[in-house]
Design a protein around this ligand. Structure first.
Ligand SMILES: [Zn+2]
Length: 114
């Protein structure tokens, strides 16, 4: 059982690495990227979209990012997160290149706006 979980985690980590993302922690609150605190119970990161959330650094330029990898989601939920993230000084990229469950999950990638 444990081996299977570890295999899944390892495969996820390896697929992320193939996309140029080095996993650094299981922290999933994007607000940390702009030195804002996570607000338990009222944080916009506490959403169904925050599935398989992890923190990474990009291999190319070592930029810290947070990636969430939900299964298909309501567009209004996505829009709400994007608006709140941008209000906190974050940029959001949405891509189909999701390493969690390729072809089934999609990725929301947060990084600090420059
Ligand atoms: Zn949070």
């Amino acid at each position: 059982m444990t081996g299977r979980v570890n295999d899944t985690a390892s495969a996820h980590r390896n697929r992320a690495a193939e996309l140029g993302l080095r996993m650094t922690s299981t922290g999933s609150c994007p607000r940390r990227l702009v030195r804002l605190p996570h607000r338990p119970g009222q944080c916009w990161c506490e959403t169904r979209l925050n599935d398989h959330g992890r923190r990474y650094r990009t291999v190319g330029n070592d930029t810290p990012v947070v990636m969430w990898e939900p299964y298909p989601a309501d567009g209004q939920d996505v829009a709400r997160v994007v608006v709140l993230a941008e209000a906190d000084g974050l940029l959001v990229t949405i891509t189909g290149a999701s390493p969690w469950n390729p072809g089934e999950t999609f990725a929301l990638i947060f990084e600090a706006a420059r």
